[in-house]
Design a protein around this ligand. Structure first.
Ligand SMILES: N[C@@H](CCC(=O)N[C@@H](CS)C(=O)NCC(=O)O)C(=O)O
Length: 155
C-alpha cells in the first residue's frame, strides 16, 4: 500500500487531499522534521534524502518526492476521478504550469501565516487565471485544478 510521509500543517496536505479524493488505499506516517525521525522511529533521511515532506512510498519501495509530482502521480492512478487532466493535453500543461508557478515562485518565498492573508493571496492568484467565456454570457476564470488549489492553500 502507498504510504505518505507527512507533517501536519505543511505542504504535505496537498498530496494528502489528492490521496483522499482518489479513493485509493493508502497509509500515512508522520515525520518529525526537526529530528528527521518518522513516527515508527525510522530515519527519514534514509527515506527522503532531501529531508522534507511530502514523500510517497510506493508498494515497490520506490519513493517519489516533490508535491506536484506526487499529486499528479496519484491523480494518474485514479483517472476516473478526474483529479488532473489527461497527460499530453494542453489542460495538463496548464495544471503543470500552475503547480510550477506555486512551487517555484511562491512556496519558498512566501507563506501566508494567517487565514486572511491566505485568502488575500488566493484572490491575487485568481486574477492570474485566464478568463473564459461561459455559455450564459458570464465570464468564468479558467479553473485551476483542485490539486493546484490544495497545493496553494496548504503552502
Ligand atoms: N519542493 C518541495 C518542498 C517541500 C517543503 O518545503 N516541505 C516543507 C514543509 S511545507 C518541509 O518539510 N520543511 C522541513 C525541512 O525542509 O526541513 C515540494 O514541493 O514538495
Amino acid at each position: 500500500m502507498m504510504k505518505l510521509f507527512y507533517k501536519s500543517g505543511s505542504c504535505s496536505l496537498a498530496p494528502h487531499i489528492v490521496l483522499k479524493e482518489s479513493g485509493l488505499a493508502f497509509q500515512t506516517e508522520a515525520v518529525d522534521l526537526k529530528s528527521k525521525q518518522t513516527a515508527s522511529g525510522a530515519d527519514y533521511w534514509q527515506i527522503n534524502a532531501k529531508g522534507y515532506v511530502p514523500a510517497l512510498m510506493l508498494d515497490s519501495g520506490e519513493v517519489i518526492t516533490e508535491g506536484p509530482a506526487i499529486g499528479q502521480y496519484i491523480a494518474d492512478q485514479a483517472p476516473q476521478k478526474k483529479l488532473a487532466p489527461a497527460n499530453g493535453t494542453i489542460e495538463r500543461v496548464r495544471l503543470q504550469s500552475w503547480l510550477t508557478f506555486i512551487g517555484t515562485e511562491m512556496h519558498k518565498t512566501f507563506s501566508p501565516r494567517s487565514r486572511s492573508s491566505a485568502q488575500k493571496c488566493t484572490r491575487h492568484l485568481r486574477r492570474f487565471s485566464t478568463p473564459r467565456p461561459r455559455r450564459n454570457g458570464k465570464t468564468l476564470r479558467w479553473p485551476i485544478s483542485n490539486a493546484a488549489w490544495a497545493m496553494w492553500i496548504s503552502s
